[in-house]
Design a protein around this ligand. Sequence first.
Ligand SMILES: Cc1ncc(COP(=O)(O)O)c(C=O)c1O
Length: 353
Amino acid sequence: MDIETPALVVDLDRLQANVDHMAGLVSARGLGLRPHAKTHKCLEIAEMQLRAGASGLTVATLSEAQVFVSAGFTDLLVAYPVYPVGAKAERLRRLLDSAHLRVGVDNEAGAAAIAAAAPGRDVQVVLEVDSGQHRTGVLPPEVVQLARMCDSLGLSVVGVFTHGGHSYKDPAATHGAAQDEGAALAEACDSLRAAGFDIAVVSAGSTPTTGAERPAQLTEERPGSYVFYDRQQLALGACTSDQLTLSVAATVVSVHGDRFVVDAGSKALAADRPDWLQGHGWVPALGADATVVTLSEHHGIVTGAAAQPAVGDVVHVVPNHVCTVVNLFDEYVVVRAGEVVDRWPVAARGRNV
Ligand SMILES: Cc1ncc(COP(=O)(O)O)c(C=O)c1O
């Protein structure tokens, strides 16, 4: 494989298998699938997801939404407490003109800014519920109050969403987080319906919790990382090693005793690392313990290899967290059976505003 390193390498067959597997899992439960596109930021992968049955996409930012809408992906949920003022308000208005866009709300100031950004429009909002991650979202007993406030501002409350991000707290947390997501959404949905709101969207989402038993109220799942999985997902038990789809190809540039150095540092592998995971990446071809133990910007130091490579060898590093890694590259090198078959732009790279 003749590629310049560091490079973002995606295995096409594994990618297709992951996309198909998740689509099958979610549809077998009678749910819709709205994958989070912040993971891949790529039009070609979004297309694969829709072809496999996804109803639309989730995004985190308005600028991600703009990239996908310009390419014809017009059914989007911005699963984030959007606060659109200034240029962001103008961008939201334009998006509402050209797409079926629903936006997240978890507070009055955000709701008021959305209403002010799009006066006279029927803006559909989805209320964020905190199911235990304690990041954003209101607690289920507070959701009716938030809905009434949105209603008074002229916004249409069409649903609720949550992200069970506490599934990442440690490898034993997944089951509880999945139950928390379901319970919080069921409670929020029931109380909103009892208060007279017409709730069409009840949306849960994280890769580790997708596929869990869900309450009858749930309508859709929003996993993102499942397209590639990563070292963190493997450690959580959310995937098997043959589902790992994305690697950073890196060249060995220096070898010293029992350690070697590759040309992928924090600017290629990103520095995300949960407390419970040692190191910044794994080199599967060099054994179970071949770990990137230290990063500088352009250096990754690897120890624990079953055999030392030579300077010039190319190794494939499975990163800890794919979403932040993808945002560091301009393109994917797409491979099949070890051969480069395509290159896809990371079209929404850096679209974080
Ligand atoms: C709001 C929201 N929904 C869905 C997801 C997708 O979760 P995962 O990366 O576990 O697939 C995320 C990820 O951070 C998120 O923040």
